[in-house]
Design a protein around this ligand. Structure first.
Ligand code: NDP
Length: 293
């Protein structure tokens, strides 16, 4: 039997509609229109595309966007100065530094300079620590999108086996924490993991965030499992492929996300939600949710 597709287009549209409705509510209550500032350094073509996508998502949700495009030669000190100005600007509610940065700039130093209350990517040590300890935070957009996709299947995660392949700070680790918060039993795998296929086959929920096209094959999947493919890998033919071998996986899984049209769209939508949440919090408004999951 072929797996049901978890459609990122439909779910992302829902999240963006919710964000747009929250923007309208803030405006009706006399609060500021949410504003996202993006700092883009250099000419990386993929980053340019991502930033244009963010601008159009903001427009669709009624969020104001400001993009600071800086030359490749920008020094770390200059970037930190621009960041400090945005941090101090009360009209700016969310700040995002588009990664990767040029090699001469230390991303950790730049991210640490984003005020936690404007850190809509959820990458600062304060937000990462609050996610770990269960405090109020901004959840990184990709793992938040993954959780929303898993929930859309109706699966109750409590007591289920969840396996996350990949342990990056922006995807794997926060995804594992979110699944743990939902009372799943979580295993995190990485490049030193032994017996990966066997571990994956135990997973009721499998999240693949490896960065290797087609790495997870159908024989590594438990029949009926929910498979979330975070990977975005561009092949020599220019086509995007996920970390999951879609053709073999969909014959075994119960639910699966496609690439493209899956997690990537949810990441973008969750950024809109986090920006609205940031604006609400800075205006002293409780939107009634601490996290969008
Ligand atoms: P990283 O390169 O930071 O992390 C990759 C992880 O995969 C590492 O933890 C690494 O282990 C692990 N890994 C590598 N090889 C193996 C292996 N043979 N077996 C098991 N684990 C392995 O990548 P990211 O987390 O940033 O991104 C992962 C993928 O998701 C990429 O394709 C990226 O483009 C995509 N992505 C997609 C997003 C979206 O919106 N859809 C957003 C962000 C990323 P170790 O730690 O031991 O090195």
């Amino acid at each position: 039997m072929s797996a049901a597709i978890i459609d990122g287009k439909i779910l992302a549209a829902q999240v963006k509609q919710e964000a747009a409705a929250a923007v309208r509510a803030l405006q009706q209550w006399g609060k500021a229109t949410p504003c996202l500032a993006v700092l883009l350094v250099g000419e990386d073509p993929a980053s340019q595309v991502y930033v244009r996508g963010k601008e159009s998502d903001c427009a669709a949700c009624g969020i104001e966007s400001r993009v600071c495009r800086l030359p490749e030669t920008t020094t770390q000190a200059e970037l930190l100065d621009r960041l400090a100005a945005l941090a101090a600007d009360p009209a700016v509610h969310g700040i995002l530094v588009q990664l990767p940065l040029p090699r001469h700039i230390d991303p950790a130093a730049v991210i640490a300079a984003i005020p936690p209350e404007k850190d809509v990517d959820g990458f600062t040590p304060v937000n990462a620590g609050n996610l770990l300890t269960g405090g109020s935070c901004f959840v990184p957009c990709t793992p938040a999108g993954c959780l929303r996709m898993i929930r859309s299947t109706g699966l109750d995660l409590a007591g289920k086996q969840a396996v996350v392949v990949g342990r990056s700070n922006i995807v794997g680790k926060p995804a594992a924490l979110l699944l743990l918060q939902q009372n799943a039993t979580v295993t995190v795998c990485h490049s030193r993991t032994q017996g990966l296929a066997e571990i994956c086959r135990r997973a009721d929920v499998l999240v693949a965030a490896v960065g290797k096209a087609g790495f997870i094959t159908g024989d590594m999947i438990k029949p009926g499992a929910v498979v979330i493919d975070v990977g975005i890998n561009r092949g020599a033919d220019g086509k995007l492929r996920g970390d999951v071998d879609f053709a073999s996986a969909r014959e075994v899984a119960g639910f699966i996300t496609p690439v493209p049209g899956g997690v990537g769209l949810m990441t973008r939508a969750m950024l809109m939600w986090n920006t609205v949440l940031a604006a609400a919090r800075q205006s002293g408004v409780d939107l009634g949710v601490s996290r969008k999951g």
